[in-house]
Design a protein around this ligand. Structure first.
Ligand SMILES: Cc1ncc(COP(=O)(O)O)c(C=O)c1O
Length: 242
């Protein structure tokens, strides 16, 4: 694995997203996280899992690392932790890791803000009470399967886990940005990552009927795309050397 080759004597940690969000919902092969865990332990470096997008139920487990029963030394959380209300990120680690920090090493004006912490505690309680991870697993599997059944030449791939799904589109047919804008006009909010991937990350409280509504909107937008876009006219200087 490239990770092992990159480790130097001064390497302290490997920071990894269990599923890359901004990079286009890139799901690693089964066993990847377990291999990372093993390499980090063998070289005595910390495995830090950035679960800001994947954490807190979104992929169908509390943490995405749970899918491989892997325990990172330090998960990073955010986004959902604030229950969609207040911004609060969090770095969690064992006592011996946290003990490296001495008072004054690290400052943050709003770090540990009491109101945000109270909101986060309630968000975690609701996550458990309403079994939102299980809901993400069920509705996400359904959404992924239904998207996988769509047959349209503009679709390059569909991938994801739980309610974190990427609809990868051929840029010759449509840009992900314009696809998201069309979806917005149909009442469905999504966000493109890179130029070709429509990221679907609905609230974990979404209902089956709302998932069906979103699928209807996606099909309606796909129906409007009937041919590849003509390539932009080359301008002088664009031509490749013969
Ligand atoms: C994977 C990932 N890590 C970290 C961050 C940064 O989180 P915050 O905006 O809470 O600082 C983001 C924000 O989008 C993210 O997607």
């Amino acid at each position: 694995m490239a990770l092992e080759a990159a480790i130097r004597p001064e390497t302290a940690a490997f920071l990894v997203e269990p599923i890359q969000g901004e990079a286009g919902i890139v799901v690693p092969p089964v066993g990847y996280l377990r291999a990372v865990r093993e390499i980090c332990s063998r070289h005595n470096i910390l495995m830090i899992a950035d679960e800001v997008q994947t954490g807190l139920g979104r992929t169908g487990k509390l943490l995405a690392c749970d899918h491989e029963a892997v325990k990172p030394d330090a998960p990073i959380l955010g986004k959902a932790l604030g229950g969609g209300l207040l911004p609060i990120p969090m770095f969690l680690a064992r006592a011996d890791v946290m003990a490296v920090f001495q008072p004054g090493d690290h400052g943050s004006t709003f770090g540990g803000n009491p109101l945000a912490c109270a909101v986060a505690r309630t968000a975690l309680e609701i996550l458990e009470r309403d079994q939102l991870a299980q809901r993400a697993e069920e509705l996400g599997s359904y959404l992924l399967a239904r998207l996988g059944e769509l047959r349209h030449p503009a679709i390059r791939a569909v991938r994801g886990r739980g309610l974190l799904i990427g609809l990868d589109l051929w840029p010759q047919w449509v840009s992900a940005r314009s696809f998201c804008e069309e979806l917005m006009r149909c009442g469905v909010l999504s966000k493109e990552t890179h130029q070709s991937v429509v990221r679907l990350a609905p609230p974990l409280t979404i209902t089956r009927a709302q998932v069906d509504q979103a699928l209807g909107a996606i099909e309606a937008v796909l129906d409007t795309i009937t041919s590849p876009q003509p390539s932009p006219t080359p301008v002088r200087g664009d031509a490749l050397p013969a």
